[in-house]
Design a protein around this ligand. Structure first.
Ligand code: ATP
Ligand code: MG
Length: 315
């Protein structure tokens, strides 16, 4: 119902305001409802109008009450499909698979399987619900240039998905810098989500920021910008029930004179924004996924997996 509304159906949006919104990449009422007053002011809409059209847009798209009883909340959570990773041990650890609306962070050193898991999810999201998928498309935001269609092929074959189908349903974006990335997430990504993208991968979340905001004096600014992007990914997740996976690098943190521990980069901002933080390790031919932080899985719970020519598999 709210899908059929056009911007002009919202009280307070006339021809001129609608044009401003569309010029800024805002095409649907649902998308508009994700914005804040400040963001609309930034695109040239005056303050009081911004507030009132946002209120009207939110009212128009809200399908459920803001406050739910715990029973209703549980029912809602159970109605969400869990997306399979294609690895039973990992799915079991996660409580059945990835839940929508949350941000999953895969952190680990190079070669620990972050990119491999993301590739596999870009395939499993396309499976039918009875096989653990959601009949969805994937948006692979590749900031490190490691997306590989060649790598997708054997995984697709393993899951019995037609290659032509696969090629159409995986969208790859290669933002050049942080501004590109922000613009993509706020604008075009939402358009694709409205057209069936269910999985959003950002591999990696940190690379562009590290390259662009160098040195201590830029740190606060960098953190603020990362926060802004993650906040948008969350808004999209909550509005459209998308599955979101970000990858992160790790840094050595010395413990006094003692051992060095590996911690995900991005400090409190990424730690706070990620719903489920998962740490990946490689020990010879076995890889390990360990829970660093999650509201529903015990910290340090872990499982093993392996990476083979057909993707990520159970041991
Ligand atoms: N075709 C394949 N067959 C077997 N193993 C593979 C294949 N492709 C990749 N791998 C394994 O996956 C590992 C790479 O994992 P991945 O690219 O996911 O690392 P990553 O965690 O994303 O690292 P980085 O931080 O460098 O991005 C390789 O070291 C290799 O062991
Ligand atoms: Mg990688």
């Amino acid at each position: 119902m709210s899908e059929d509304l056009t911007l002009e159906d919202i009280p307070g949006i006339g021809r001129i305001t609608a044009k401003k919104l569309r010029n800024a990449g805002i095409f649907s009422v649902k998308q508009l409802a994700m914005y804040t007053t400040e963001e609309l002011v930034d695109i040239g809409i005056d303050d009081s109008r911004a507030t009132s059209i946002l209120r009207a847009a939110r009212r128009a798209v809200r399908q459920k009450a803001l406050v739910l009883t715990a029973i209703e909340h549980e029912k809602l959570m159970k109605s969400f499909h869990l997306l399979t990773t294609g690895v039973k041990a990992i799915d079991d650890l996660l409580g059945g698979g990835l839940e929508p609306q949350s941000i999953y962070e895969l952190a680990g050193e190079f070669g620990t399987g972050k990119t491999q898991i993301c590739h596999q999810l870009a395939v499993t999201v396309q499976l039918t619900p009875n096989r653990g998928g959601v009949n969805g498309k994937a948006m692979y935001i590749d900031t490190e240039g490691t997306f590989s269609l060649q790598r997708i092929y054997p995984i697709a074959e393993r899951f019995g998905i037609d290659l032509d189908h696969i090629k159409k349903n995986i969208l790859v974006a290669k933002p050049m810098n942080v501004e590109d990335l922000e613009e993509l997430v706020r604008g075009e990504l939402v358009k694709y989500v409205e057209e069936g993208v269910k999985l959003i991968v950002v591999d990696s979340i940190i690379a562009l920021y590290r390259a662009e905001f160098k040195g201590r004096e830029m740190l606060a600014r960098r953190q603020q910008r990362i926060n802004y992007l993650l906040d948008w990914l969350k808004r999209i997740g909550k509005t459209y029930n998308t599955y979101t996976v970000i990858t992160n690098q790790v840094l050595d943190r010395p413990l006094g004179f003692g051992p060095v521990v590996k911690v995900p980069t991005g400090g409190n901002i990424i730690a706070h924004a990620s719903t489920h933080r998962l740490y990946l390790k490689r020990e010879g031919d076995i890889w390990k996924l360990e829970v660093l932080d999650s509201p529903k899985i015990a910290r340090k719970a872990s499982v093993c997996f392996r990476i083979t020519d057909i993707g990520v598999e159970d041991v």
